[in-house]
Design a protein around this ligand. Sequence first.
Ligand SMILES: [Zn+2]
Length: 466
Amino acid sequence: MTSADLASLPLDGQLAEVLAACGRNRERDLADLFRLLAQPSISAQGIGVDECSELVRDLLERSGFAARIMATPGAPVVYGERCNAPGQPTLLIYGHYDVQPADPLEAWDSPPFEPTIRDGRIWARGVADNKGQFVANVLGARAWLETVGELPINVKVVVEGEEESGSPNFPAFVAANRDLLAADLVYVSDGQVFETHQPIVEFGNRGMLYIELVAHGPSRDLHSGNFGGVAPNPAWTLVHLLATMFSPDGEILVPGVLDAVRPVTPELRTALDAIPLDEAAALADIGLTEKAAPKDLPYYDRLMVRPTMNIAGFTSGYGGAGSKTVLPAEARVKMDLRLVPNQDPAVIYDQIRAHVAAHAPGVEILHHGAMEPVAVALDSPLAAPVRRAVEVGFGVAPVDVPMVGGSLPSAVWPKELGVPAIVVPYGNADQANHSPNENMITERFYAGIRTSAALLGAMVGQNRQI
Ligand SMILES: [Zn+2]
């Protein structure tokens, strides 16, 4: 980062002071993070969640935010705001204070709730997922307050306590607090960068539809010699049905499912091709030398452009040791479809249901859940200040990631608030979240604080065009 680059940012003089302050507060910033890390907050087991929510509220208050704990039917949400910049945009920061269970404890090199620094990394359960990331956002704002006396834009912070349990109460919380949470941009620091450690800006994630198909045969499992040829086999019914749904060429065949898939624009093509990739290494890592059909489709198009239709599990008859000559009474297949913009899981479900009714009328279809895909346009005016902030914070220009392959409930932001969400992961590629020895490279925590501080400066005057 050169001083010329810094000068291109709004409020450049003030921001330079703020960034210098970030550098002077490293010990205290780390102590604030460690206080949260030392508090277990395992939503799955109900351990320490309320205690942690109080620590988060305290951190927000000590950082200059008006903060409170808000009840939900599950773990509480912590909300803080400092909105003293009339006419300026409002940034809504989202994070979660709950963590995954730490088991197996014996696999940790140091106790999961005794944060420690080793080899240039902070080691603790939840340091990357997500305490170290949302704390960095809060501390970036604090640097403004302590240096300039006020934030340059309006900032709201919402930290939930059930993300690791699937956020069962969060969408309803957002829907019930639309005015409170109103903002121009939702900013989320969660997840991790690629192996190259280059910072990234994520613009969306795939959605998902999870279904189960159930084929029924005879009223009970039968002797395949005494009844084979007489009774229809429901496993074959499903196999034949599945063959009408997905081709050997890797194409989804259910009519209508691909209709809403966006064409690859030149801008999207450029972004996809710019994402770092060692394809051979990525495949070798999962024990493969070739990708699924169609072979010529580029790697990231598979994760960010095309939907999938995955068989997650197929159950019928006998799969145990030795042989059992059985003609099964029932066959079941569980399937997840990863959806891309602008596919609507409700529409896709109806299309599959119609297809099943046409090809195998006796087969039952069950709906096990759905998440909508979400994507912010790469040329969104709000992306520019985010990219600039990341470049200031990390000293390297970020890579645009149009979509991540996994599914998150982030459609809640555009759906309930009408606000786009952009994700900037501060975590390292080998953060081992959800695993033993979760860690965050210490300098990435500090770069996250600088990025967050720079974002507040870069957002000045960037009110969303409605
Ligand atoms: Zn997680």
